[in-house]
Write a protein that binds this ligand. Structure first.
Ligand code: 3UK
Length: 542
């Protein structure tokens, strides 16, 4: 089990931002006042600005208007403070895409409490690490997802206080009970523009999750650069799609962006291609956020465009992994709906290079989002000529601020304030940027980021395994899949049953999407002179 760090005061865990405000906020839309509260801007601006009756959240038959949501958020903000939480405290969120997620997130922001959202698929091991690293002092958990968190609780004292939403059991502190009897009005905490609002965790390529800090201003800046300029939303829009609200792709697409423009968010249950298409049609979704794998799966639904009325959809956003030209052309050819690739990261909060409607080059990610500067450089930070591959480096209103990881910070923010994501890109003479590959051991499968070393670590814990190496193998649907090369201990023989057992072991110990879909037993692993596993050789073999 991961050792448990002590709770660290906020200021000590925080890296200094690499850019001054005047270097970050270069667009007029980004000139924020020094005091800024993201919940006031996203919620009160609508509820008090004539949109109290407009729909904020649509979740199957439930529609919650901005005015009603504001009252709930205010009561919960009071309830959280009455429960002993304070400004600057960290609260872990573990919920699916339900209205309670948005309610809790906004209530925390309004009270100046820092949200640490976690993906529903994470297991006890991963949750325990995050809770300890972020120093969370309470968690809000969805009843149906409590088991893994309770397993983590056994090892992590930082998880002592659980607040349960949805199905509760006797003795629980229910989210609803915190709101009972609390006033409908709550004055937002007078937070600073550059005060921590959230810490979003991302799988590190080394296998240790990294917390990415975002300020109140970062969250709004992403809406006011990417969403405003690329999606041009109006209050008539309905944002939908499958990314979990805990992933910044979803936090932006299904919470921040719709609310910034007084539009609505459409929440849906677990993704299946049919249910997603059904939600688009029934709820009149106008802008959807999905990973390329999901667009491919939806295209495979027989007669999809005859069976589902997609006439409300005006724009699809594709992110989390590259969108191949073939997928783009098939989607636009079948549905007639524009599809915009965009690269984002948890460190940058959201998308910083994107295609633009009407100016798409199939196969290219696109152009820098207005407000962001972008270069393609070599390992020393020198620009490489057009057409040549190099590291993509970004500067803009959002940027990487790792929580308590100074060495990682120095790897991501380099060359004097440039964010180096680890993606290899080439820029053509017209400025269009085309993705080439990752420069590290991260496997991108179905939009999920899976650090090879993290899976290796869990495989190596199995009693039959001597050592292992995990790499990406090409796959028609998922882009890549996780493939494990396993060397067994002398007293164990390769078998299909053992391969299955290793897969089950990984699914139990890690978020199930990380398990190796292919296990190949080998006698030994290829190594370099210095003893490093030659992963590139194994990749080539796959
Ligand atoms: C890869 C892409 C090629 C790339 C994300 C939109 O994916 C998101 O965040 P993560 O932290 O991963 C970041 C990494 O994912 N990637 C993402 N989009 C693309 N590669 N083409 C793309 N269009 O390796 C990047 O460094 O999980 C995406 C918005 C918010 C996000 N957090």
């Amino acid at each position: 089990m991961t050792p448990v760090p002590d709770i660290v005061p906020l200021a000590e865990g925080l890296p200094a931002p690499s850019l001054r405000p005047e270097q970050r906020f270069t667009l007029p839309e980004l000139s924020y006042p020094a005091r800024l509260n993201v919940a006031r801007e996203l919620l009160d601006a609508n509820a008090d600005g004539g949109r109290a009756g407009r729909p904020a959240i649509v979740a199957s038959e439930r529609v919650i208007a901005y005015g009603e949501l504001q009252r709930q958020v205010n009561r919960l903000a009071h309830g959280l403070l009455a429960h002993g939480l304070d400004r600057g405290d960290r609260v872990l969120l573990r919920m699916p895409n339900v209205p309670e997620f948005i309610l809790t997130w906004l209530a925390c922001q309004k009270a100046g409490i820092i949200t640490v959202s976690t993906m529903p698929m994470l297991r006890a091991r991963e949750l325990g690490y995050i809770a300890a690293d972020a120093g969370t002092t309470a968690a809000v958990v969805w009843g149906g997802l409590r088991e893994e968190l309770e397993r983590a609780q056994a090892q992590v004292p930082h998880l002592s206080r659980l607040i349960v939403a949805g199905d509760t059991a006797a003795g629980d502190i229910a989210l609803a009970s915190l709101m009972t009897g609390q006033p409908d009005r709550f004055d937002a905490a007078d937070t600073a523009r550059d005060e921590v609002a959230m810490i979003a965790y991302t799988s590190g390529s080394t296998g240790v999750p990294k917390g990415c800090v975002h300020y109140h201003s970062d969250i709004l800046a992403s809406a006011d650069s990417y969403a405003r300029r690329v999606l041009a939303p109006t209050e008539a829009d309905r944002f939908g799609g499958h990314p979990t609200l805990a992933f910044t792709f979803g936090t932006g697409g299904l919470l921040v962006f719709p609310f910034r423009f007084g539009a609505s968010t459409v929440l849906s249950g677990p993704f299946t291609p049919e249910s997603m298409l059904e939600t688009f049609a029934r709820q009149g979704v106008t802008v959807c956020f999905c990973a390329p794998t999901s667009y491919r799966l939806m295209l495979r639904v027989p007669n999809m465009s005859q069976r589902f009325d997609l006439s409300s959809l005006r724009l699809g956003v594709s992110a989390a992994e590259p969108l191949p030209a073939a997928t783009y052309l098939e989607w636009v050819g079948t549905t007639g709906i524009e599809l915009l690739d965009g690269i984002g990261s948890t460190e940058m909060f959201h998308i910083f290079v994107s295609s633009l409607a009407g100016r798409v080059r199939p196969g290219a990610t696109g152009l820098p989002v207005p407000g962001y500067d972008c270069r393609v450089v070599d390992d020393e930070g020198r620009d490489v000529p057009a057409g040549q591959a190099g590291l993509i480096a970004i500067k803009g209103p959002t940027g990487c601020k790792y929580w308590r990881k100074p060495e990682r910070q120095a790897e991501y923010v380099r060359f004097g304030g440039w964010n180096v994501t680890g993606d290899v890109y080439a820029r053509d003479a017209d400025g269009y940027l085309t993705y080439q590959c990752r420069s590290d051991d991260m496997i991108v499968s179905g939009g999920y980021k899976i650090p090879g070393p993290e899976v290796e670590h869990v495989l190596d814990e199995h009693r039959a395994v001597a050592e292992s190496a995990v790499v990406a193998a090409p796959d028609a649907t998922r882009g890549f899949i996780v493939k494990a090369f396993v060397v067994l201990k002398p007293d164990h023989a390769p078998s299909e049953a053992l391969a299955g057992e290793l897969q089950e072991h990984c699914k139990r110990e890690l978020a199930p999407y990380k398990y190796p879909r292919v296990v190949e037993f080998v006698d030994r692993l290829p190594r370099t002179e210095t003893g490093k596993i030659r992963r590139f050789e194994l990749r080539a073999r796959s």
